[in-house]
Design a protein around this ligand. Structure first.
Ligand code: PLP
Length: 701
């Protein structure tokens, strides 16, 4: 069952709102512009919802018009104010040179400013108001620039951090500066959570969006202060008093009305104090599940429904996969930018360190959350923490997983490799990269492994620095067996020596080979370098080649069929010397045809390529009788269980799966690229496989 903790992205639709929408579609379906009874009924519905919104928002005599959502409200407000600025300028009045917006504003605001500034030919400078590490606008900066601003845009509460703006401070600053600027306040995240008292403040425009508060997507509101300039975005049939033409979205308005009625009657939504208690429980659960966790905004000045945090050493993608495996839906920032996996610009604007901006996770719930929902969320957060500990990713491990063979550490633009002899508790690190040192040290500690050797394909000075950095990150206790008599690339003893890494039953032999210098390399001449060859009986050998995957001498140097493990990130690091063996064909299998596919592939093996902490958290769906293997993508090169073993069995069909289909697609494509003809990926991953008829656990609304 889902625990949906991404309410700042959107919310489910409240039961009352669903009923109201259906009633507006089925019974009260009239066009409010019609003058017959059916139309009059629709008109009365709109009037009722508008009056309700006016009371709740403290909108006084201001205009409230229904829009399709906040983005439309923002466009209308920006067009209206910029249109008025242009008129002022044409009349010879000074309008300043700046259009200001808070540096943490939703993208819709600066993009709208740039768009309309260009279209209206205003040529004003669009500039961000800086914020402090607390996320609050720098009022001293605003005081300096306010007199030169034509429009100021400051959100009421931030969608990523929940930071609540000091609207009274902003109003006072604008007034003290004698600013004539128009003022837009994006009220999206504040609706239902903060009293806005719109008419008491000098706010000119305030857009809102229904789907952030249990109404459907596609309905919103725009408040316009009496006397504020207005230019319709949509001209046409004159609906909404000609402020916004187009037949009204009656089902959306009815649904929004039901939500607002629930807000007013106080029975459906929790009070601010209750919400704060809920947030405190979630915050406590997070702190005890993830040692070292920091909150990215002060909780005291934030919405009681939003938590934004980072955990040292855990990128947000890893945490999202972890939570998702426990069926807890959180996000890595705003939903709009989530797909781009870029560091959060909001946290960057707050001046937080890079590691915090790159590993931020947002957890947000709606004011309809109840005790049972929060209790379940707390339990799942604890389970996530436990799964991480058991996978050696956070704190001391309570149940270290056995870890033999080859592990790839990969991120950004590079890979390091770890060879583990589980029996003797020894680890060899190949081409260490500083960004993985912490992780290697943690793996060693957690699995009680001894670092035995640090091998490097790179030139000696680089190799020496990388080795020294890694040793510094490791505990002395994990270095007791380190071989110190080595050559410049970390190889113990003479160049001919061969080391047996694992117990005799699955003996892994490691040997040092030498690649000659390559004067004809396309990226410039390459010096001679070592290559480490790992061999296991019955499977293709693995050659760790660092940056030399394209070296023309590899084919002669290595045994036929050797797989290359380069320093490239992810499965792209795995190559053949010559890529002529690539297997063609479409590797994707849709969940709908899965059962038939399994029947058509005798001996099929389903390979779960998610990380161990994800596997620990989720039950497997029904498997249609196929054999199941768990092998994280980071262990794809493992000689005993991964690609080398599968390539030795080319007739065995393999179907990879993961959470969303991304990693399994990489695995299937890699296997095909390496020449395995029967590798497939489950399209859409477990998310699609499990979606048929799964109950969803959401607040009782
Ligand atoms: N403003 C804020 C603060 C938001 O969080 C959002 C939605 O994420 C928007 C504006 C845009 O709202 P909509 O997508 O409903 O147009």
């Amino acid at each position: 069952m889902d625990i949906y903790l991404d309410a700042n992205a959107t919310t489910p639709v409240l039961a009352q709102a669903r009923h109201a929408a259906i009633q507006a579609m089925v019974d009260d379906y009239g066009n409010p512009s019609s003058i017959h009874s059916t139309g009059l009924k629709a008109k009365s519905l709109i009037d009722g919802v508008r009056a309700l919104a006016r009371r709740l928002l403290g909108a006084g005599d201001g205009q409230l018009l229904f829009t399709s959502g906040a983005t439309e409200g923002i466009q209308t407000a920006v067009l209206s104010s910029l249109g008025a600025l242009r008129e002022r300028r044409e009349r010879g009045e000074a309008i300043g040179s700046l259009l200001l917006y808070g540096a943490t504003e939703h993208k819709a605001v600066p993009e709208a400013l740039k768009h309309w500034n260009r279209l209206l030919g205003l040529g004003l400078q669009v500039q961000a108001i800086p914020v402090g590490t607390d996320g609050l606008h720098d009022l001293a900066w605003l005081a300096e620039h306010a007199a030169d601003a034509g429009l100021v845009c400051t959100m009421a509460a931030n969608n990523e951090t929940g930071v609540i703006s000091d609207l009274d401070g902003i109003a006072a600053t604008l007034q003290a500066a004698g600013s004539r600027a128009f003022w837009m306040v994006d009220g999206v995240q504040a609706l239902g959570k903060l009293p806005l008292r719109l008419a008491e403040r000098r706010i000119d425009y305030a857009p809102f969006s229904g789907h952030k508060l249990y109404a459907p997507k596609g309905i919103g509101l725009l408040y316009v202060r009496p006397g504020a300039p207005f230019t319709p975005l949509l001209a046409g049939g004159g609906q909404e008093g000609s402020l916004r033409s187009g037949t009204e979205n009656m089902s959306g308005i009815a649904a929004l009305g039901a939500v607002l009625a629930a807000l007013e009657d106080g029975r459906t939504f929790r009070s601010g104090t209750q919400l704060q208690r809920f947030r405190d429980r979630l915050a406590e659960a997070l702190l005890s599940a993830f040692p070292g966790l920091v909150f990215n905004a002060p909780l005291a000045g934030s919405l009681p429904t939003t938590l934004n945090f980072s955990v040292p050493g855990l990128p947000s993608r890893l945490l999202l996969d972890l939570f998702d495996a426990a069926d807890v839906r959180v996000s890595g920032g705003s939903a709009c930018s989530a797909a781009q996996a870029a560091p959060s610009f909001v946290l960057q604007a707050m001046g937080l360190p890079d590691w915090q901006t790159a590993s931020a996770v947002r957890l947000s719930f709606g004011p309809a959350a109840d005790e049972a929902f929060i209790a379940e969320a707390v339990a799942r957060i604890a389970a996530c923490g436990l799964a991480l500990r058991r996978s050696c990713l956070a704190g001391p491990s309570e149940d270290p997983l056995a870890s033999d063979g080859v592990l790839q550490l990969s991120a950004g633009g590079a890979s390091s490799w770890l060879l583990v002899d589980g029996e003797r508790r020894q680890a060899w690190v190949l081409d260490p990269q500083p960004e993985f040192n912490e992780r290697v040290a943690r793996l060693l500690r957690c699995h009680s492994l001894q670092l035995t050797a640090v091998l490097d394909t790179r030139e000696p000075t680089l190799a020496a620095t990388a080795r020294a950095d890694l040793l510094q990150a490791c505990d002395a206790a994990n270095l007791a067996q380190l071989i110190t008599e080595t050559d410049a690339q970390g190889w113990p003893g003479s160049t001919e020596a061969v080391y047996t890494l694992a117990p005799p039953a699955s003996a892994l032999q490691l040997s040092r080979l030498q690649l000659p210098a390559d004067a004809t390399h396309p990226d410039g001449p390459r010096a001679a370098q070592p290559v480490w060859l790992l061999q296991r009986e019955g499977a293709p050998a693995l050659a760790f080649v660092g940056a030399a995957a394209e070296h023309p001498a590899l084919a002669q140097l290595l045994p036929a069929g050797t797989l290359l493990c380069s320093d490239a990130p992810g499965p792209a690091a795995l190559r053949r010397v010559a890529t002529t063996s690539e297997a063609a064909g479409e590797p994707a299998i849709s969940p709908a045809t899965l059962a038939a596919f399994v029947r058509s592939q005798p001996g099929l093996r389903l390979v779960d390529v998610r990380e161990p902490y994800e596997q620990l958290l989720s039950d497997m769906p029904a498997l249609h009788g196929a054999e199941l293997q768990a092998l994280p993508l980071s262990r794809l090169a493992d000689p005993a269980q991964g690609a080398p073993a599968w390539l030795a069995e080319p007739g065995r069909p393999l179907l990879f799966f993961c959470r969303s289909g991304g990693r399994s697609q990489q695995a299937a494509q890699t296997l095909r690229r390496l020449g395995h003809p029967a590798a497939w990926t489950l399209e859409g991953g477990l998310a699609m496989w499990q979606s048929q008829g799964e109950p969803v656990f959401m607040p009782a609304i």
